[in-house]
Structures are given as structure tokens and as C-alpha cells.
Design a protein around this ligand. Structure first.
Ligand code: 3PG
Ligand code: MG
Length: 392
């Protein structure tokens, strides 16, 4: 996809630039637990400063404060980290301002024109480097390109280039691994992926609706009854197209009285069963046989895309499936792309986050891009470029 690039904004000297980043980092008690989303766009900011930009007004959302100030979502820890990173690059932070959390104002999510005007007032140029939020048609994302010459920052441009590579000319075999809780969130992306991949490996809570479509009993596991027919249809159409959807053959289950989750006192009895689950027992991870079969597929692939954990990996009793998949994605000789969100935190938890070819900063955004082939933030940049008087 053609997007206007930073170079298209030249000359930048003396200009005031509004820069939208996605600094929506995970916080634990006000402490940033993963700063990837702050580290990456530093490249964009230093490029603009080196080009002589007079002032950068940087902005982002953080969490979901619901349109009013909430100290829990203060941008302050992000600001501190951003300035540290900029200073480490020898950047002139005197020319950089980071606005408070955009979502403190209800106008951001409502894409309120008054809020857009507040953002663009006194600005000369707009740079969108917030790939992780490009699927949100919010004021700071789709508003400024209507009024200011606009371009994609380096992070956004790279993310789109990587996904385009996957979708347009992947080396084969192309294996996608999907997990996560809900199949209803992923139907569209599964359909789109089936068009592109050779093999789709399905784990996580969503596998039970697929298994149910094959006539298996999910016991007390997550099941979306309304989606069983859709899953059956996907299984059938994959088969007709000569594609494989691979489902778990064994499952790690917890007894009905069991308690699970991050930091919970481990309670209940565990077993490996499958693919049928006994009444009221909960399937919480793929079993070791499935994990090793998935790993074989991943290691033999030439292209791998992974999104979503295989089980409740925050609970060490149900982390093995996700860990085996993460290790295989890290080890494969194939080109590996991992969607953000939970799969990114899983990689980090296992210390493998620097061992994949591309770790996306956007989970929801990358899935929506695969499904729709476009995102509101990208369309806004292209429209701005189409409106701009041709240069040179
Ligand atoms: C994300 O973390 O997924 C992005 O920053 C978007 O945040 P949102 O899901 O709250 O819109
Ligand atoms: Mg999200």
C-alpha cells in the first residue's frame, strides 16, 4: 500500500509538527512493563528534529479512561521514558512536547470536529506513527490529515510494509497460528487468512467452538454456540480450497472446582484429555501432543504469522502450549511475524521477543488490516496525499 512518507513532508525546517504515536503501553502500578511502543517511534521523532522541525507536539492515548481525566491513565510515566530515550539519542527535547492522554477528552473517541481543531490549531504538518491505533477512526487519527499535509511515520510505514509482504507474496508454506478466547472476534480474519495461508493452526479458547463443529464435546470450556455453524462452514470451505485447519487433538483441562488465572493460588485437579472434554471441566491449554505437532508445522514453514495465545499462559499451569509455540516461532527459519497484544506479551514473558523477524506493535490493527485490507488511519493519510498539490 502506498502511503505518504516522511520525506514527502520536506521541507520540515522550522515547521510545527503534530505527531500521533501509540504509547498505549502496559502499566503495573504506574510502572511501564514493556516500552516497545515508546522505543520504536523515537526514530521518527529524531528524523523530524534532525530535519529542523521547530516544534513537535506528540500525542497518544493510554488505556481507556472514558473521556475524563483519571490519574491511573496519566501520560506522565510515558513522558519520562520518552524524554530519557530522546536524550539518549542526543535529541533536543526542548522542541518536544507530549500532550496529556488524548482520551481524557471525550472528543477523541467521538472524532469530534471541535477536538480535531484543537489538535491542528497552530500545527503545520501531521505525522501518524500510531499503527496500533490505526484501526480507530478517532479524532487524532483521521482528523488532522484533512487539514494538514500528512505522512506515515517510520513505525507505521514498516508495519504496513511487513503485512503487505505477508499478504501479497508470502514464501510457502505459509502457516498461521491463531489463538485467543473468542472465535466471533476472529471469523473475518480467519476467512481472509484462509485465502492466503496453506495451513491454519487453531488453539486458545476459540478452538472449542471449532472442535464442537466437528462433533466434539467442549465440556465446560469456552464455547460460542452461535458460532458453531460458522466454524463448520469455515472447516468445509478450507477443505474445498485445499487448505488445512489444524485443531488440537489433546487439551489440558482443569476440574470444575478449579481456580485459574494470573497470580491465583493454584487449585483444582488437572488432566490431559482430548479432544473431548469431560462434563464441566475446563480446557485451558492445548496439550503436549498438539503443541509439538504445531511446533513441527511452524518450524517447517517458510512464512509464519502468529496471533493469540494457545491457553491461559498467565497461569503457569496453562502456559506450556503457548511457550512451545513461541519457541517454535522464534526458532523457525521461516520469516516470522507476531501480532501485538497477548502474543507479544507471551513472547516477552518467555524472553523470546527479540527472536522473531517482526514483532508488531498492533494486535487489533494487524488483524483488521489482514481482514479488511485497509484501516481508517491509513485511508486518511492516502486521502491527504491525494489532496496535496503535487510537488517537484
Ligand atoms: C491497543 O493497544 O490495542 C491500541 O493502542 C488501541 O487501543 P484500544 O484497543 O483501547 O483502542
Ligand atoms: Mg486493543
Amino acid at each position: 500500500m502506498q502511503l505518504p512518507q516522511l520525506e514527502d513532508l520536506r521541507p520540515v525546517g522550522g515547521k510545527r509538527v503534530l505527531v500521533r504515536c501509540d504509547f498505549n503501553v502496559p502499566l503495573a502500578g504506574g510502572v511501564i512493563t514493556d516500552d516497545l511502543r515508546i522505543r520504536l517511534p523515537v526514530e521518527t521523532l529524531t528524523w523530524l528534529l534532525d530535519e529542523g522541525a521547530g516544534k513537535l507536539t506528540v500525542c497518544s492515548h493510554l488505556g481507556r479512561p472514558k473521556g475524563k481525566p483519571d490519574p491511573k491513565y496519566s501520560i506522565a510515566p510515558v513522558r519520562e521514558r520518552l524524554y530519557e530515550l530522546l536524550e539518549a539519542q542526543g535529541a533536543d527535547t526542548g522542541r518536544v512536547e507530549l500532550l496529556e492522554n488524548l482520551r481524557y477528552d471525550p472528543g477523541e473517541e467521538a472524532n469530534d470536529p471541535v477536538f480535531v481543531q484543537l489538535l491542528v490549531k497552530n500545527e503545520d504538518l501531521y505525522v501518524d506513527d500510531a499503527f496500533g491505533a490505526a484501526h480507530r477512526a478517532h479524532a487524532s487519527i483521521v482528523g488532522p490529515p484533512v487539514f494538514l499535509p500528512s505522512a506515515a511515520g517510520r513505525v507505521l510505514a514498516r508495519e504496513v510494509e511487513v503485512l503487505d509482504g505477508l499478504l501479497q507474496d508470502p514464501k510457502r508454506p505459509f502457516v498461521a497460528v491463531l489463538g485467543g478466547a473468542k472465535v466471533s472476534d476472529k471469523l473475518g480474519v480467519i476467512e481472509a487468512l484462509l485465502d492466503k495461508v496453506d495451513t491454519l493452526l487453531v488453539g486458545g479458547g476459540m478452538c472449542f467452538t471449532f472442535l464442537a463443529a466437528q462433533g466434539h464435546d467442549p465440556g465446560g470450556s469456552l464455547l460460542e454456540e452461535g458460532q458453531v455453524d460458522n466454524c463448520a462452514r469455515l472447516l468445509e470451505s478450507a477443505q474445498e480450497a485445499g487448505k488445512r485447519i489444524v485443531l488440537p487433538t489433546d487439551i489440558v483441562v482443569l476440574s470444575p472446582d478449579g481456580v485459574f488465572g494470573a497470580g491465583r493460588e493454584p487449585e483444582g485437579e488437572m488432566a490431559i484429555v482430548g479432544p473431548d472434554v469431560q462434563e464441566e471441566w475446563l480446557g485451558l491449554d492445548i496439550g503436549p501432543g498438539t503443541a509439538s505437532a504445531f511446533a513441527d508445522e511452524i518450524e517447517a514453514a517458510a512464512t509464519v504469522f502468529w496471533n493469540g495465545p494457545m491457553g491461559v499462559f498467565e497461569d503457569p499451569r496453562f502456559a506450556a502450549g503457548t511457550e512451545v509455540v513461541a519457541e517454535a516461532v522464534a526458532a523457525t527459519n521461516g520469516y516470522s511475524v507476531v501480532g501485538g497484544g497477548d502474543s507479544a506479551s507471551a513472547l516477552k514473558q518467555f524472553g523470546l521477543d527479540d527472536q522473531v523477524d517482526h514483532l508488531s506493535t498492533g494486535g487489533g490493527a494487524s488483524l483488521e488490516y489482514i481482514e479488511m485490507g485497509d484501516l481508517p488511519g491509513l485511508a486518511a493519510l492516502r486521502e491527504a496525499a491525494a489532496r496535496a498539490p503535487k510537488r517537484g
